[in-house]
Design a binder for this molecule. Structure first.
Ligand SMILES: Cc1ncc(COP(=O)(O)O)c(C=O)c1O
Length: 214
């Protein structure tokens, strides 16, 4: 399709999602009656809990179906601030919070808003498949650092130090990690932080989506 000249070149920089390919494959096998244990996409094995369904229905019935603030309603952003305070002891103001329609969108927004062509993002691997593609879409350079089982699938301070260049903009961290499950200790994060203190141009992108899965 790309040789028609209609599709933008930037789409050549992203590959089809392997997670989606695996899900499509497993759904096809299930449809054939095969017994499949699908562990590709992170879909819970339970239905949306009753109180969440009720709250969504009540909001629709109350007419909360209109445009909101672009960053999310003030009530929701205040609730996010309370969550950060309660769970992590972090102080944020609602003006510092942005709500999006899921992790994928908010990560994409952050990357597209900050990466200039040639900027680098350090990504310890194995990593969630979308990070490199998103950086590529923004014309940045994903710097993939192999973190094998011998190092607990975790980035070491030495690897980080060696990978940083004047073009490094982000270190993308995901703890607990999809797919390895690796979880950084406070000491390990502190050691990475000490490296970063020497390179103030590098920002930390902390994807904490699985913080409760420990
Ligand atoms: C590490 C990681 N970050 C972000 C996402 C995207 O989350 P969402 O489904 O909320 O878009 C996923 C989904 O698989 C993920 O594994």
């Amino acid at each position: 399709m790309t040789d028609t000249g209609f599709i933008a070149d930037r789409l050549n920089r992203i590959s089809p999602s392997r997670t989606t390919a695996m899900r499509t494959l497993s759904q096809g096998l299930k449809a054939q009656g095969k017994d499949v244990l699908a562990i590709s996409s992170g879909e819970p094995d339970f239905d949306t809990p009753r109180h969440i369904k009720d709250a969504a229905i009540a909001a629709i019935e109350a007419g909360e179906t209109r445009y909101t603030d672009v960053a999310g309603t003030l009530a929701l952003r205040r609730a996010v601030c309370e969550k950060f305070k309660r769970d992590s002891g972090l102080d944020y103001a609602p003006e510092e919070i942005i709500v999006a329609t899921g992790g994928k969108q908010v990560i994409y927004d952050a990357i597209i808003a900050t990466i200039n062509p040639g900027d680098e993002a350090i990504i310890p691997t194995p990593a969630w498949v979308s990070y490199p593609d998103m950086v590529g879409m923004a014309e940045g350079k994903p710097v993939l650092l192999p973190c094998g089982p011998n190092q607990g699938f975790k980035l070491t301070p030495e690897q980080l130090e060696a990978a940083i260049t004047p073009r490094t903009k982000w270190l993308i961290l995901n703890s607990p990690c999809n797919p390895s499950g690796a979880l950084y200790s406070v000491e390990e994060l502190r050691a990475l932080g000490e490296v970063l203190m020497r390179h103030p141009q590098v920002w930390v992108f902390s994807d904490d989506i699985y913080e409760k899965l420990i």
